[in-house]
Design a protein around this ligand. Structure first.
Ligand code: B1M
Length: 216
């Protein structure tokens, strides 16, 4: 039953059907399905197919936009169900955002939600954020971890810029830097001097616990 639901959820994203996506997300929760599994095996598969069709030239920007909108609409139903399970003390404060020049928000928001559900205080500063905006949020919230997302090969260079700016601001001892996003790799993270790389939201939570020196 769950496999069928995952496929249907993926299809709503591929077809950009926001209303159906919301309806199915509600049904999935009513049926007791795990919201994270619905996201990873359903919605994420759908947006991956959308991205592949876009790369092949079979889909254009409007299809990418309505696919992302359908995914976001379903996430609005599923994500609160994950956070609702939270029963922990605050582990640490994470400032999360997507780097300058990059408007991709879905993965960053999902990572933020999972961190919240795992007991972190998360300050989500949004998308297209400059190094200066990250630094202002780190200072304002006394954050110990900063998580920078980048989805474009061009904008991942901003992650390096952010680390350099954090060093210049004298904050490198205070804050651990984790990076992620589809084009980012462990070797790139090592190259730019990040403290960690996570390829998905679950690994991001595990990494944040390691960086916070707290038991998962
Ligand atoms: Co864009 N886009 N897009 N797009 N888009 C990609 C990234 C692309 C790979 C599509 C493709 O060609 N196949 C391609 C990039 C190519 C490249 O750089 N090599 C691309 C392009 C080219 C573009 C535009 C340039 C298109 C254009 O205008 N011609 C443009 C750029 C705009 C900009 O940012 N300046 C653009 C625009 C858009 C939309 C706005 C239409 C839309 C985003 C809508 C939104 O977010 N509100 C969009 C979408 C939806 C995609 C794809 C299809 C899906 C991204 C997504 O949401 N995935 C994407 C193709 C793909 O990735 N397969 C694509 C689902 C999400 C759950 O996964 O974001 O990877 P993801 O996050 C994961 C992990 O990466 C990780 O955990 C998350 C959860 O598992 N993670 C982290 C992410 N951040 C993390 C941070 C961490 C740790 C882990 O801590 C630090």
């Amino acid at each position: 039953m769950s496999e069928e639901m995952y496929k249907k959820l993926a299809q709503t994203v591929i077809e950009g059907e926001s209303e159906d996506a919301v309806e199915l997300a509600k049904q999935a929760l009513d049926q007791g399905l795990d919201p994270l599994a619905c996201i990873t095996h359903g919605l994420t598969k759908g947006i991956q197919v959308t991205g592949e069709l876009f790369a092949k030239g079979e889909y254009y920007l409007p299809e990418l936009i309505i696919g992302a909108d359908a995914m976001k609409a379903a996430l609005e139903i599923l994500e609160p169900a994950m956070v609702g399970n939270q029963q922990r003390e605050v582990v640490g404060t994470v400032v999360i955002g997507t780097v300058e020049g990059d408007l991709h928000e879905i993965g960053k928001t999902l990572v933020g939600t999972m961190l919240t559900a795992s007991g972190f205080r998360v300050v989500d500063i949004g998308v297209d954020k400059s190094a200066e905006e990250f630094i202002a949020a780190i200072k304002e919230n006394n954050a110990t971890i900063v998580a920078a997302s980048a989805l474009l090969t061009t904008t991942m260079l901003q992650q390096q810029k952010l680390i350099d700016a954090i060093e210049d601001a004298g904050l490198r001892e205070q804050v651990k830097v984790m990076v992620g996003g589809a084009p980012v790799t462990q070797s790139y993270a090592d190259q730019i001097g990040a403290d960690g790389f996570a390829e998905d939201a679950i690994s991001a939570v595990n990494l944040a616990f390691r960086l916070a020196d707290a038991p998962a």
